[in-house]
Design a protein around this ligand. Sequence first.
Ligand SMILES: NC(=O)c1ccc[n+]([C@@H]2O[C@H](COP(=O)([O-])OP(=O)(O)OC[C@H]3O[C@@H](n4cnc5c(N)ncnc54)[C@H](OP(=O)(O)O)[C@@H]3O)[C@@H](O)[C@H]2O)c1
Length: 166
Amino acid sequence: MHITHIVAAAENGAIGKDNRLLWRLPDDMKFFKEKTTGHCVVTGRRNYESIPLNFRPLPGRTNIVVTRQPGYDAPGAHVVQSIEAAVELARTLNETELFIIGGGEIYAQTRHFATRIWLTRVHTELEADTFYPAPDPTLWKKVSEEFHPADEKHAFAFTFICYEKN
Ligand SMILES: NC(=O)c1ccc[n+]([C@@H]2O[C@H](COP(=O)([O-])OP(=O)(O)OC[C@H]3O[C@@H](n4cnc5c(N)ncnc54)[C@H](OP(=O)(O)O)[C@@H]3O)[C@@H](O)[C@H]2O)c1
């Protein structure tokens, strides 16, 4: 089973502030939907709560919310109390590619065993309180990249980059 991070980060690693995203990039949202549909997605409780109520659980995906709160209720989603339990649940569902969708705490705790990263590098620097560090080139090999220019619907240019573990 691949364990894949999917994340959008500015040049300075910024991914979020005040439990919100920093941009609205419709083609990146579309990319996220295409990649993750049909798969299990693992989210931290804070990231899950940042998704508007009418968009969660993310449709067409098995949503797994990680929290330490006993009895936490997320209708339509699986709730687990550890990252290990989230990975185990995906394995029991015969998942082939498990997507870690953030936020910062969950990325940080799963990076060492992730096998693939889909990074949307957003070509700007923004103030933030949550960051995603650049993949270490001694550990991660860039296997593809595709540039998307800024336009009337996208305030910033960005590049879809895929990394795989060396
Ligand atoms: N740009 C992007 O691609 C992207 C993607 C996702 C998120 N984000 C941004 O990231 C920010 C949220 O990230 P965050 O770091 O604040 O929070 P987070 O990682 O989404 O969630 C943190 C919460 O997850 C639970 N948790 C963490 N580690 C755990 C463990 N080992 N076992 C059990 N539960 C655990 C805890 O929930 P409890 O407190 O309930 O115990 C913790 O408070 C937001 O600004 C969001 O917009 C950006």
